[in-house]
Design a binder for this molecule. Structure first.
Ligand code: ADP
Length: 822
């Protein structure tokens, strides 16, 4: 098994064990007993604060001071919880209480600590944390952030599923294990959370271990402390150990809060030092989770319970709110593009701040009144609550606007310095050389002042089928083409077209899009980019503004000015492009005629050379008597060789003209390749001999079958051999080798001639191309041979390879697919 697979297997086992323990944990939690009353801790004693059932003569009353439970003295509600955790629901306990300085003993029956609603919510939220942890891990097992997230999530779900109490449940000993795992999760969760912020979205520092290992060290010490005191407290039953344990637990809580604060600072730091927008996007998700999770917990639970001794939302709601955390974290790790985080983040920030301010105000008024309850009647307290609620409702809108302005300035740093933007744009535009670059620059400048969800610039050339997107942000897929063109033609004197009043401020004239466009793809605004020429139509398209406000008069004014500038620049770019194209066409034309005249001169030269020698040797042959038989045969061979050369040249030209006109035909049949190569070698025997070549051949005796056109392939090999002869200098050596490898039949022709430099490898296969170096220009040629080779081989589904070094020689290899019956 490979290492990752081993890891995965181990993690599956650990996760399964943990989940089983969590289920036992849930059972333990459901069995957690409590008094049928609400206890409040004061510095030195416990007071009965609220009763669930109606009190009678023989039971507890609000205001009673609790002294001991089952004769064990208690001074904090936590201690009571610890003692009661050894009991079961339905057990009876003896309470010693003091009422009006008189001591009483009551026997109370224990009831369930948690309601069934809480149990259901706890189970769902716990499962959510657990499953997201496992899911993220298996989605990205190689991502360090995902791995740490997995463990952090599992720890949190253990904390949710289990509780810090309970040690006397069946089967015996299991309660201990669950409790120890709970303690471990409790110390580990915050450190893992902090650790996560150090490695996500990338490692924060080098030598990271130095930074987070001390935290794990503290966690280990705390774990040792709370576990040891817990076991000692159960074994000895002594209240002293219980207190040590609780002190350790409170220290762990402080550590927990410190780690969470550290993690929040660390995330903030990562955000501000992030180099890429992508990282910032990921971190915004995390921050969104933090706004909902820990921050909501502190503001609605921790803070009010410290200040007013009461909470603003119940434990159930806290759990539900907390469940947003793993979701946003998981999105950040796996799928950060899921929604437009900017919009979500912006709106959440604004509304969260508004709601927090209003709730704080509300709770200060109502809480203040509640603590002065004695002097107020119930009716007046209702009036105060209702009045505060009305006030909050009235204040909501103006407060939202104010906060929005502050956030706009702070977070999005909106400066209304439009003139500066236009100046910068003019400067940027001056350096743009193509339309895409221009569109990108324009979008960048718009984005610096107007935060739209989407921005795009589209162009339509009259000779093209539809609009093309030159550049865009957040637009995926196609924009409706037809209506867009119609709209732009119909807009006439309107500067803008919009979907409706909801998106532009009142008083701005616009061409109404609502019927034609229907807020397609979130586009709410269209601005034409004016063009002199009727050949192109260009426009800017925009989505809603991120902060949810409408486009103002200033925005539209700025956008129209940007559009005009972009229009001028676009015209210049298109004109330049046209000039460049015309220039290139003229150049191509010139090049072609130059190549053709070069071709004609080199072809006539190539025709003339063999013809001259044919004529010369034919004349010499006429005078038979003076010649020795050896010479006679030699002259004949020369004539034969030269006519062969002539024939190939003519064939090449004819063939190439067929290729150019698209009428070259191939007659494919099953042929034996080695045989073809042997045939060509035979044809070249005399030429090679005359030029004194040493020829090494390795032609396999086996049959290499291919599907091919024999004549065309003969031409290919002949061209390669003829080049090898032509471009050889002092070392006259040629080798021809055939091979069969993995269904690939090949023939290589090697020479030790002038060679070719690498930069020419591709060019030599182009028609009429001849290397420009000195050695090549000494030989004559048409520049068609290799172009023909390439065409024929490609038509056979094969390929040509060349390897060569100047001055050392070249090898041309042809690869063709082996014939298979299927
Ligand atoms: P031609 O040989 O008629 O010029 P080709 O198309 O056959 O045309 O070859 C194109 C160019 O490739 C030649 O001009 C030559 O510079 C180079 N070339 C082809 N084969 C060889 C070779 N075996 N050794 C060196 N250069 C070669």
């Amino acid at each position: 098994m490979s290492r990752p697979a081993q890891h995965t297997a181990a993690i599956v086992v650990i996760d399964a064990v943990l989940f089983t323990l969590c289920i036992f944990g849930v059972y333990n939690v459901s069995q957690k007993p409590w008094l049928d009353a609400h206890l409040a801790g004061s510095p030195d004693h416990i007071i009965i604060e609220k009763l669930h059932a109606d009190p009678d003569e023989t039971s507890l009353r609000v205001g009673d001071v609790l002294i001991s439970v089952n004769e064990r003295e208690v001074s904090t509600p936590q201690e009571v919880e610890f003692i009661l955790d050894g009991k079961r629901i339905g057990d009876r306990v003896i309470l010693d209480i003091v009422r009006n300085d008189i001591s009483y003993y009551f026997t109370e029956t224990l009831v369930p600590y948690y309601s069934s609603t809480y149990m259901v919510i706890m189970f769902v939220v716990g499962c959510l944390f657990f499953s997201l942890g496992v899911f993220v891990y298996f989605q990205r097992p190689f991502d360090k952030g995902a791995r740490v997230f997995h463990w952090a999530n599992l720890s949190v779900s253990v904390i949710i599923f289990t509780t810090w109490g309970n040690y006397a449940v069946d089967p015996y000993g299991l309660g201990h294990v669950v409790r120890i795992v709970f303690c471990l999760a409790y110390v580990l969760a915050p450190v893992l959370f902090l650790h996560f912020t150090f490695v996500f979205p990338r490692d924060k520092f080098s030598g990271l271990g130095r930074y987070y290992l001390p935290f794990y060290g503290i966690a280990a010490i705390l774990f040792g402390w709370i576990c040891a005191t817990y076991i000692a407290a159960i074994d000895s039953g002594s209240m002293e150990y219980v207190r040590y344990h609780l002190t350790g637990f409170n220290a762990t809580r402080i550590f927990f809060s410190m780690c969470v604060i550290g993690a929040i600072i660390s995330i903030q730091h990562s955000y501000h030092t992030a180099i890429e927008e992508l990282e910032r996007r990921k971190l915004r998700w995390i921050m969104l989770g933090l706004v909902f999770g820990p921050l909501a917990y502190i503001l609605f639970w921790q803070l009010p319970s410290t200040v007013f001794s009461r909470v603003l939302i119940s434990e159930e709601v806290i759990l539900i709110v907390l469940s947003i955390v793993p979701i946003t974290f998981a999105i950040s790790i796996i799928h950060y593009r899921l929604f437009n985080i900017d919009v979500i983040f912006y709106r959440t920030t604004v509304y969260a701040i508004v709601i927090v301010i209003l709730l704080m105000g509300y709770s200060i008024i109502v809480g203040g009144v509640a603590s002065l309850m004695n002097t107020f009647t119930v009716t007046s307290s209702i009036i105060v609550s209702a009045g505060s609620a009305v006030l909050a409702a009235l204040l909501f809108q103006p407060l939202r606007m104010t906060v929005q302005n502050v956030v706009d300035k702070g977070w999005f740093s909106l400066q209304s310095n439009y003139r500066e933007v236009l100046r910068l744009l003019r400067e940027d535009i001056r350096h743009t050389i193509d339309s895409k670059q221009l569109a990108q620059v324009v979008i960048k400048r718009i984005e610096s002042v107007i935060h739209a969800e989407k921005i795009g610039i589209m162009i339509h050339y009259s000779n093209d089928a539809g609009f093309k997107m030159l550049a865009c942000t957040n637009i995926e897929g196609k924009i409706q083409q037809k209506p867009l063109l119609q709209i732009l033609h119909a807009m006439d004197h309107y500067k803008i077209a919009s979907v409706g009043d909801r998106f532009v401020e009142q008083g701005i004239e616009y061409y109404d899009l609502s019927d034609a466009f229907q807020k397609h793809q979130g586009i709410v605004l269209i601005l034409p980019v004016p063009q002199e020429s009727k050949d192109t139509v260009c426009c800017m398209i925009l989505g809603e503004k991120i902060n949810g406000t409408r486009y103002s008069l200033e925005d539209i004014d700025l956008l129209s000015k940007i559009a005009v500038q972009a229009g001028y620049a676009l015209e210049r770019i298109l004109l330049q492009k046209q000039l460049v194209l015309e220039h290139a066409a003229a150049h191509r034309h010139e090049e072609l005629s130059r190549m053709k005249s070069y071709f004609v001169s080199s072809v006539s030269h190539e025709l003339k050379t063999p013809l001259t020698s044919i004529r010369l040797f034919a004349e010499m042959l006429r005078d038979k008597k003076k010649l020795s038989p050896r010479k006679y045969i030699e002259y004949l061979q020369i004539i034969e060789g030269e006519s062969e050369r002539l024939q190939r040249l003519i064939e090449n030209i004819l063939d190439f003209s067929k290729i150019e006109r698209g009428i070259k035909e191939y007659h494919f049949e099953r042929i034996e390749f080695n045989e073809v190569v042997r045939r060509v070698l035979k044809l070249f025997r005399y030429q090679l001999m005359i030029h004194h070549f040493r020829v090494a051949t390795r032609i396999s005796r086996k049959h290499f079958y291919i599907q091919g056109d024999t004549d065309a392939l003969i031409e290919v090999i002949m061209n390669l051999l003829s080049n090898a002869i032509k471009y050889s200098t002092e070392t006259k050596y040629i080798s021809v080798v055939t091979a069969l490898k993995q269904g690939d039949v090949s023939v290589s022709v090697t020479d030790r001639g002038i060679g070719i430099c690498e930069s020419e490898f591709k060019k030599i296969f182009k028609p009429y191309y001849r290397c420009q170096d000195e050695s090549s220009s000494k030989t004559v040629g048409s520049g068609l041979g290799l172009a023909l080779v390439n065409h024929i081989v490609t038509a056979h589904d094969g390929r040509v390879e060349v390897s060569s070094k100047p001055g050392k020689g070249s090898t041309f290899t042809i690869h063709l697919p082996q014939y298979s019956h299927n």
